[in-house]
Design a protein around this ligand. Structure first.
Ligand SMILES: *[C@@H]1O[C@H](CO)[C@@H](O)[C@H](O)[C@H]1NC(C)=O
Ligand SMILES: *[C@@H]1O[C@H](CO)[C@@H](O)[C@H](O)[C@H]1NC(C)=O
Ligand SMILES: *[C@@H]1O[C@H](CO)[C@@H](O)[C@H](O)[C@H]1NC(C)=O
Ligand SMILES: *[C@@H]1O[C@H](CO)[C@@H](O)[C@H](O)[C@H]1NC(C)=O
Ligand SMILES: *[C@@H]1O[C@H](CO)[C@@H](O)[C@H](O)[C@H]1NC(C)=O
Length: 545
């Protein structure tokens, strides 16, 4: 990378960009070296995109690659059954090989590590609901300050097909910690069980306008919006405060249900139908973790939540015009699974029947294994299982701020997505789609990293982190309705997962977290074999029909 100056790389990108425009194709990443690695730079007039690279022809395949060295959605095309090795050149080599055809060779260079992958399209597992991010108050606040065309690039980058193809979105009912201050609807008058003052807030108007624009420019099909409340108005709570040890006062159980219904009606009137809600964000925060959590939270025990769900929320929703609303339970950390649901079931035996889905936050996944999720799915096999919140920088030992360019953080995402999808998850919703350089704004300074970081000096640029691309290696290529199929690896030199898409394309995500190249031979049950040579520290999506 060193032999090319920043300027030369920009020129290179522009040449590619020109070629791309002429052929109606894609826009490559404008790579910039930053403190912890490299990011892709977007401004009002330029942002990187990859048009659908899926080969239409049988016997052809395409590999889309990203790497620590600097590949970002680079494509390599090839044919099945050539008994030749297809080299995925890493960034440094890619730049120097610019106009050359990739060379094929059947000899093994060096002493390469080797993996054999078998893809069996006959064996089916879970169906994909989709992937997404969250439109918090912080996202609305930052996005609003970008020039309109850069706002459009943000929306397209996440939700367009030529972006990373998100179709899910999580938004808070009222405020959350990623906001300028805590807030809820109908804060006044207090003790107003009839919610006589439930009106749209100016912050909603801005968020709604942004989401409508997002739908328009990204042309996202079937955007599914999921709502979650962090806290009720203070007057409904035992402690009459935003945070701390709390529970919902019994006399407001029905009011809290009506609050959710009023919110859904309000969003619908604004042109944004709501797909799902959860029973509330991180209920444990107001029960066990009130000494650590300083932001808006409403405490629930599984016992009380079972009563609220079974006697109030469930029956009201199912007897309303929103009877098909998707209800998610828990919306908290993996370590509460499946215990939380067992407790609910022992309080109200049929309460779990009201739930369509299980929502999990990934924060402690590295501490507690996925077997808890296997147990939960065994207990409730027909529920939609989604990760509904994830970000890095929340732990005391992590830097509570964006690390611009960190491939290490991108890898954490790759590993986590692979693990969850291998354990029956139907999709993943990440946290804030954009944050500032400090990882905020957050009204209690609970700052973290995000896949896109705004430059708030003059709001003329934003930066796509490696995390953006590792998420994209899944979200862009595995649309809603895809079905996981069997893939077997001969050893752990790479990790992988395979899907059959609704359009008949097979999609295999292959992750090499090692410090050396790996030779991967992929054998498809119908098509035959491909041999790939994958660079160190890289992730790939292989597509063929
Ligand atoms: C936007 O980015 C493109 C590509 O890097 C660059 O050519 C152009 O000068 C940038 N525009 C501004 C206003 O900086
Ligand atoms: C209704 O809510 C608004 C804030 O959204 C507040 O300014 C107003 O005082 C409230 N009305 C009453 C009667 O409390
Ligand atoms: C709930 O508990 C009952 C026994 O009280 C049991 O039969 C049922 O299987 C449990 N449901 C789930 C989903 O575990
Ligand atoms: C957040 O950080 C800023 C700047 O360091 C400080 O002024 C402010 O008091 C902090 N807020 C909280 C809630 O800790
Ligand atoms: C943010 O923009 C300012 C002003 O253009 C620039 O000096 C700074 O280097 C940018 N930050 C990054 C991380 O590129």
């Amino acid at each position: 990378m060193e032999q090319f100056s920043f300027k030369e790389r920009i020129i290179f990108a522009l040449v590619l960009c020109f070629v791309a425009t002429v052929s109606g194709q894609s826009f490559p990443c404008v790579l910039r070296e930053t403190k912890y690695g490299s990011v892709c730079v977007c401004n009002a007039t330029y942002c990187d995109y990859l048009e659908d690279p899926t080969p239409v022809d049988d016997h052809k395949f395409v590999v889309v690659s990203s790497s620590k060295a600097g590949l970002r959605f680079d494509t390599t095309h090839g044919l099945f059954n050539l008994f030749k090795k297809h080299f995925i050149f890493d960034y440094d080599m890619r730049v120097s090989q610019a106009q050359k055809q990739p060379e094929f060779s059947s000899d093994r260079v060096n002493d390469k590590r080797y993996v054999h992958l078998e893809i069996n399209r006959e064996k089916h597992f879970q169906k994909i609901t989709g992937f997404g991010g969250s439109h918090t108050g912080a996202v609305t606040y930052l996005t609003d300050q970008l020039p309109p065309t850069l706002q459009d690039h943000l929306y397209e980058s996440f939700y367009a097909e030529r972006g990373i193809g998100f179709n899910l979105m999580r938004i808070p009912l009222g405020g959350c910690d990623f906001d300028l201050s805590p807030w809820a609807y109908n804060e006044y008058p207090e003790n107003d069980a009839e919610l006589t003052n439930f009106t749209i807030d100016a912050r909603d108007e801005l968020r709604v306008a942004q989401i409508r624009r997002l739908i328009e420019v990204s042309k996202v099909k079937n955007l599914r919006i999921k709502g979650a409340a962090w806290s009720s108005p203070r007057w409904m709570k035992s402690n009459n405060a935003w945070t701390g040890f709390s529970h919902l006062k019994k006399e407001y159980y029905q009011t809290w249900v009506n609050y959710h219904i009023k919110w859904i009606e309000m969003m619908e009137e604004q042109g944004l139908p709501i797909w799902a809600i959860s029973t509330g964000n991180e209920p444990m925060n107001g029960v066990f973790f009130m000494f650590f959590v300083r932001f808006m939270s409403l405490g629930w025990t599984p016992k009380n939540q079972a009563i609220w769900l079974n006697d109030y929320l469930g029956p009201t929703i199912r007897n309303s015009k929103y009877k098909d609303l998707v209800l998610f339970g828990n919306d908290d950390q993996r370590y509460t699974y499946p215990y939380w649901f067992k407790m609910m079931n022992s309080t109200r035996e049929n309460s779990l029947d009201y739930l369509d889905g299980l929502a999990v936050h990934w924060y402690w996944d590295e501490m507690v294994g996925p077997s808890l999720m296997d147990d939960a799915l065994k207990m409730m096999p027909d529920k939609i299982l989604l990760t509904t919140e994830s970000c890095i920088g929340d732990k005391p030992w992590q830097k509570a701020a964006p690390l611009l360019g960190s491939w290490y953080r991108g890898e954490k995402y790759a590993r986590a997505y692979l693990q969850d999808l291998q354990h029956g998850f139907n999709g993943w919703i990440d946290w804030n789609i954009i944050l500032d350089e400090a990882g905020g704004p957050n009204y209690v300074n609970n700052t973290v990293d995000a896949p896109v970081i705004a430059n708030t000096t003059d709001f003329q640029e934003f930066y796509k982190q490696p995390m953006f691309y590792t998420i994209g290696h899944f979200s862009k290529f595995i649309p809603e309705g895809s079905i996981r199929i069997e893939s077997k690896r001969s050893n752990v030199n790479v990790d992988e997962i395979a899907f059959l898409r609704p359009d008949g394309t097979v999609c295999v995500v292959i992750f090499n977290s090692g410090k050396a190249n790996v030779e991967v031979s992929v054998v498809d049950s119908e098509h035959g074999s491909i041999v790939l040579d994958l660079p160190a520290k890289s992730i790939h999506t292989l597509l063929y029909t």
